[in-house]
Design a protein around this ligand. Structure first.
Ligand SMILES: [Zn+2]
Length: 283
């Protein structure tokens, strides 16, 4: 657990899934990435679904909400999704939090593994928000992109995950870099998809950056280790070059949503790029 200003922060793991290792590492050869995260017999690597739970200022805030459980048995198997039922609610209840108590959700982007937990089926098989009282902050450009995704990323945008939030009046559109809650700002990035927002908590030394899919695991710290899923990989590299030297200088704690082994670290910056400095904790 970290404390920053008047907030306490802790990882909230809602489950695990698996994606093709080659797709996760783009042009990086398997002989290199497989030594960082070993693949299974189907070439998939295990990935965490790690939200960040922030409490303070009278609020209970989540950054991203995991993959949810609205999955067919076939897709659950394909993505090796665990656990199968109510992952977000159970993770919250284990921390003593009722889903209705969550006040704010910052969604980094509307890909299914980041926002899938935001909706669920009720007993009549009708879609409803999982967190009925939480405002949901999304970049407007990401919402627009999700309305008409292209052929490359269409499979990642599933309307069932976010349209019910809009219908319930919960969505708050954010445009560009902004402080959306006291001491919590979002940073727009456009390499992974249009309108992803990273989240920065606090200022200066030991502030936290929720890296989302700009750097999904610590293995993705090297500049060229960019996902094959990214719409604009060169833009992702530019974004890493923009933010990581600053993160090294100010000793930001980088928080990784999908890393199967560690949730956060600080980095140093040398001629070759970023290197892990202090590892914060194992999950
Ligand atoms: Zn994504």
């Amino acid at each position: 657990m970290f404390s920053i200003d008047s907030y306490t922060l802790e990882p909230l793991v809602t489950g695990t899934f698996a994606l093709d290792g080659g797709a996760m590492f783009g042009v990086v050869p398997k002989v290199l990435w497989n030594s960082k995260i070993a693949s299974d017999e189907l070439n998939r690597i295990p990935l965490s679904l790690r939200s960040l739970l922030i409490r303070g200022e009278g609020k209970i805030i989540l950054i991203d909400v995991g993959i949810g459980d609205k999955w067919s048995p076939k897709l659950k198997e394909m993505y090796s999704i665990q656990p199968l039922y109510s992952p977000l609610e159970n993770a919250l209840l284990a921390k003593g939090i009722q889903p209705s108590q969550v006040t704010d959700v910052i969604v980094t982007h509307l890909h299914f593994d980041h926002v899938g937990g935001a909706t669920k089926y009720d007993t009549n098989h009708k879609l409803m928000p999982t967190l009925p009282n939480a405002k949901v902050y999304v970049q407007k450009s990401n919402w627009k992109h999700a309305e008409t995704p292209n052929e490359k990323d269409r499979a990642s945008y599933l309307q069932e995950n976010y349209l019910p939030l809009y219908d319930a009046g919960l969505v708050v559109f954010v445009e560009g870099n902004q402080e959306i809650l006291p001491g919590i700002q979002v940073i727009e990035t456009n390499g992974h998809t249009i309108g992803q927002q990273l989240v920065k908590i606090g200022e200066g030394k030991h502030s936290v950056l929720y890296c989302a899919d700009m750097i999904p695991t610590s293995a993705h710290l090297p500049l060229a280790w960019v996902m094959g899923y990214d719409l604009y990989p060169l833009t992702t590299i530019e974004e890493k070059k923009k933010w990581l030297p600053k993160a090294a200088k100010e000793e930001w704690i980088l928080f990784f949503e999908h890393d199967p082994f560690l949730h956060s670290c600080t980095i140093e910056w040398n001629d070759k790029g970023p290197l892990i400095k202090d590892v914060y904790a194992l999950t």
